[in-house]
Design a binder for this molecule. Sequence first.
Ligand code: ATP
Ligand code: MG
Length: 593
Amino acid sequence: MSEKKNPPPSKFETPEVSNFLRQIIDADIASGKHANRLDASGQALPSVITRFPPEPNGYLHIGHAKSICLNFGLARDYANAPHGARCHMRFDDTNPSKEETEYVDSIIDAVRWLGFDWIQNGVEHQHYASDYFDQLYAFAEKLIEAGKAYVDSQSADEIHKNRGNFTQLGTNSPFRNRSPEENLTLFREMKAGKHPDGAHVLRLKIDMSHPNIVLRDPVVYRIRHAHHHRTGDKWCIYPLYDFTHCISDALENITHSICTLEFENNRPLYDWVLEALKEVGVFKDPLPKQYEFARLNLTYAITSKRKLLQLVEEKRVDGWDDPRMPTIVGIRRRGFTPESIRLFCERIGVSKADSWIDMSILEQALRDDLEEKAQRAFAVLQPLKLIIDNFDESAEEPCSAPKHPHHEEWGRREFNLTKELWIEADDFMKEPIKGFFRLYPPINGEPGSRVRLRHGFVIECTGFDQDANGQVTAVHAKYFADSKSGTPDSNNYKVKGNLHWISAKHAIAAEVRVYDRLFTDPHPDSGDKNFLDAMNPQSKKVLSAFVEPSLSQVAPEQRFQFERHGYFVADRIDHTASRPVFNLCVGLKDNWK
Ligand code: ATP
Ligand code: MG
């Protein structure tokens, strides 16, 4: 396995910007809290170990990207802390029936694509909560023996009812005072498959009248006769999140366990379990600590796994990787770069206050990244024929343009100007409106407009053809032979319009998918709104376009700025050299303001 380094920050990224988590980590490093830890083989452990713990029950989305960039980003930025830093990839796969290998693979792909890895000193730190089932079980027995856990045989309904609520204290289960021996016997029977689903659960013995409901004797194991994607049929009892997560963190020597704010109430339970296991001699200080940050809420998007699944299942989008989806596979297919996502996450920062981030911030991060990186090209998205009547039928005028205006060293694109060209249909108006400086025909004895064909000649519009419906079928023009771009006389021509074009003879036909936001409402699922009502009917248009001949050998995922249009990417799945397909990543300007 080759050792990969997590990416250095891009030129826009500002790793020095502090946040409350960095302040906590800085203080922990300064106090040496995690400086003297050894792993089982006596090796010094890093001062900073974070983890990204997705449940493999769906595709990752842009919200997860925030968590990924945060956790892996901290490991990257604290690489010089005593004994380094690392971030573990951990699959939280305790729920047997919901998890699938397909999701595991897609999550690994997504995190790698974002530019991160979980290798330190050649060792891979990829874990599964299910790898800890034996230990979790043994620890549960220890808690039973210490009188800190008991088997409850109430029904799920009774447990729910007796837990109380915000205004009402809970009631002790009639089974709460079972002896450790009885509990142990029952728990072993549960494990051995002697009881059906729901017959018993294991609960922590904390306090049924605790003001924090989470601490009212939480259930930590339940019976589920179900197949697990990794452990098969070995287990018929499965541990729950609140028990599994903190123990997994402790077993992996996590220092800072970072999660979203909705787990704030669970933090006392996280600490309770680890303290209890410390008391029975399983763990020792320093125990991992949980810290919460505000989740990403993005306007014009939804990030609920359930609703995303609904869009896919009801075929309202073209699958998980539809370029309009906020999934990582979707935004990748849309043409977002890993750098742009990392830049976005740096810009939005990390805080403890819930807020909304505008979609335009995500889109601007992509523009800022691609502006310097994307080669320029001509594409005519809504083609209209332009005929230069005084241009020789067989003539080919070589023209060229820089691949990037700031990178002459990238070289030039070559293309020929010929008698018949494709231009953009909306660059012509039969009857120009005020302020329209592109092509229009002679009117009222005035000559037609003059424009420059970029990197070519100045032309003057002389007329147009139309069909029986008044639909324009071709525009006619004459060109000025001494007006070629780059020649001394070209300066004699002052024009206000500057159009892109492609020789009809050399143009490459391409399918161009013009995407827009999936929702027209910035908060499609807030309140009691049905997010399906806010779907943008204009979010996908498929155009039969032409691209310039220099794009004959484009690889999937290659990105371009199509001049005057925006940034486009050769579709990762459907694009081939013989059948080119480009997706709009983002326009040149924000049209949603
Ligand atoms: P589920 O409801 O299935 O638990 P989830 O969105 O919490 O969905 P997980 O796979 O548990 O999905 O999430 C993995 C990690 O990503 C968690 O640490 C979670 O806090 C974080 N995460 C999920 N959604 C967001 C978000 N919108 N912003 C920031 N972090 C998020
Ligand atoms: Mg979750």
